[in-house]
Design a protein. Sequence first.
Length: 303
Amino acid sequence: MAAGGGTKAVVTALCANLTIAVAKLVAWVFSGSSSMLAEGIHSIADSSNQALLLIGGKRAQRAATPLHQFGYGRERYFYSFVVAIVLFSLGGLFALYEGWHKISDPHAIEHWYWPVGVLLFAIVAEAFALRTAVKESNEIRGDQSWWQFVRHSKAPELPVILLEDLGAILGLILALIGVGIALLTGNGIWDGIGTLCIGVLLVVIAVILAIETKSLLLGEGVSEQDTATIHDALVDGDTLTGVLGLQTMYVGPDDLLIAARVRVDHHDSVTEVAEAIDLAEARVRAALPVHCVIYLEPDIKRA
C-alpha cells in the first residue's frame, strides 16, 4: 500500500534512453534500417516520458490551496496518463507507419555492423535500467506477483518504468531479429516486419498503461485487506462498537481519504464519543503507511 516514487529508477532510465536514442539514430543514418529509426523514436518517446514522470513528481509536492484542498498528489496520475498517450502516438503509431513504409519500399541494410552493434549495446543498457527498476520495486512489492504490482500499485512511476523497460528490451530483440533476417536474406522487407512488431508491442503497452492510470485518475479505494485493517482500527469494542459504513479513496499516491460512520451507544456522552474518535483516528494512522485524511461520523444502529 505504500507509495514509492521510484525516482532513482526514473532517472536511471532517462539517462540510459537518452544515450541509446543518440546511438540508434546514428546507426539509422549509416545503415538505413527502419527498425533502427523506429527504435530511435521509441527511445526518444521513453526519454520524454521519464521527463514527464519527474515533472509530475515535482508538481505533486506543492502544498494544498483553497482551490485544491487535498493537494496536488494526482498530478502524478495525470502525467503518467500523458506518458501512455506519448508512448502510443509517438512510439507505437510511428513504428507501425515506418514498418508499413519499409515493407512498401524495401531496401537493403548498409553497414550492418552499425545496427547490430548499437542494438547489442542498447540491450545491455536497458537491462541495467530494468535491473534498477526491479530492485526498487522489490522494496515495496511485498508478496504480490509482478502483474499484481503493476495492476494495484498506487504509485504510477515504478509500474510505468517497469513496462517501458521491459517493452524496450523486447523491442530491441525484435529489431535485432528483423535486422538479422534482413541481412541473412538480403530482403529489406524483414526489417519492416520487425518494425511493425515493435509498433504492435508499444501500442499494447501504451493501452495497458492508459487503462491502469485511468483507474487511478478516477479514484481508487484501498484493497480488501487494507479495508479490514481500517475497520479493525476504528472499532475499540467499548465506545466505538462497529462500522456502519466505510469509503476510501486515494487523492494521491501518498494521500488517502477515509470517510466512515461508526456506531456508538446512545447513552455515551459527547465528550466520550469525541475522545474515542480521536483515538480511532490515531490507530488508523498508525496502521497505514500513508498520510490519511479521516472523517468519522458517529451514529447509532437503526432498524
